[in-house]
Design a protein around this ligand. Structure first.
Ligand SMILES: NC(=O)c1ccc[n+]([C@@H]2O[C@H](COP(=O)([O-])OP(=O)(O)OC[C@H]3O[C@@H](n4cnc5c(N)ncnc54)[C@H](O)[C@@H]3O)[C@@H](O)[C@H]2O)c1
Length: 288
């Protein structure tokens, strides 16, 4: 293929891919009708897109997040679109009592809980190596990312067992698989541990119809990643075979599938959503 043609083709592919990620809710199958979901970190980024997606699929959704105002805004936006089954629970997932309260919001408002999506996550200041990582910062990342995920699972499982149905989807990161100068020991190990926890649940809970999977996003356009700045994001884009940073909706679509009846025989898996980044060795050339 000649240079000009290659450039045109890439441009068209980019446009196409960007359009594909736009959320057209009229085209979304209502696979979650009658189900209730709890989405932690649901006020922003990937969590927000997941709340919208599951609402469009017909679920009642509890948004469990520290950012109550933002979560209420999302609830109001969805209500204006005709979605009444959205609740907000102010929740720090690292705090067991607040997690219990969030789960109770689901049971009180909607009579149960079928889908748990653990999205809430934090990172510590980047470029901290193991030798200069502050222990308190390490513990905080672990408390939110790993302990928070564990607590939500622990308090949701009894309800799922009683219903003989459950979908657990945890958000990890490609930082669990590979590293960079931006990834910290706390973030990488918390995300790798979530993948292990996800698999471990298969042993005890599959017989109750409960599946446990994780999604593993690469670079996704959210407030968390936009903090990196334009230049840094463009440099990352060049390492992604699909030629773009992912949209929160790309991850939400995978979460919705893993939360659906269609995924009833998929459990213990980690689905990487990274535009191909972890599949290639990048030599600094786009077409490598
Ligand atoms: N954006 C990316 O490129 C990317 C890549 C891989 C993995 N992830 C993971 O995806 C998840 C969502 O990230 P995002 O990019 O959408 O970030 P974000 O900052 O936009 O959203 C994170 C949400 O989690 C909430 N939160 C933080 N701490 C909390 C706590 N203790 N209790 C309850 N809620 C809390 C925040 O208030 C926020 O609404 C995180 O787990 C992150 O590690 C993101």
């Amino acid at each position: 293929m000649g240079f000009a043609l290659r450039v045109m083709w890439r441009g068209a592919a980019r446009l196409n891919l960007q359009n594909m990620t736009k959320l057209d809710r009229t085209k979304i199958a209502r696979r979650a009708t009658g189900k209730t979901a709890l989405v932690t970190g649901g006020a922003s980024g990937i969590g927000r897109a997941t709340v919208e997606r599951l609402a469009y699929e017909g679920a009642n959704v509890v948004i469990a997040d520290l950012q109550t105002a933002l979560a209420n805004e999302l609830r109001a936006e969805l209500k204006a679109q005709g979605f009444d089954g959205i609740s907000v629970s102010t929740c720090d997932v690292s705090d067991e009592q607040q997690v219990i309260a969030a789960v109770e919001t689901a049971t009180r408002a909607y009579g149960g809980l079928d889908i748990l999506v653990n999205v809430a996550g934090v990172s510590s200041p980047s470029r901290q190596s193991a030798t200069d990582m502050d222990l308190q910062a390490f513990k905080r990342v672990m408390a939110v990312n790993l302990q928070g995920t564990f607590l939500c699972i622990q308090h949701s499982l009894p309800i799922m067992i009683s219903r003989q149905f459950g979908r657990i989807v945890n958000v990890t990161s490609t930082a669990a698989l590979m590293t960079s100068n931006r990834t910290t020991p706390a973030y990488s190990s918390s995300k790798a541990a979530i993948a292990g926890l996800t698999r471990q649940l298969v042993y005890g809970y599959s017989r109750f119809g409960i599946t446990s999977n994780s999604v593993c996003p690469g670079h996704i356009k959210t407030p968390l990643s936009l903090r990196l700045g334009k230049e840094s994001l463009q440099a990352r884009e060049r390492t992604i075979p699909m030629g773009r940073i992912g949209e929160p909706e790309d991850v939400a679509a995978a979460i919705a599938f893993l939360s659906s009846d269609e995924a009833s025989f998929i459990t213990g898996q980690m689905l990487v959503i990274d535009g191909g980044q972890t599949s290639v060795i990048n030599y600094g050339e786009r077409d490598a």
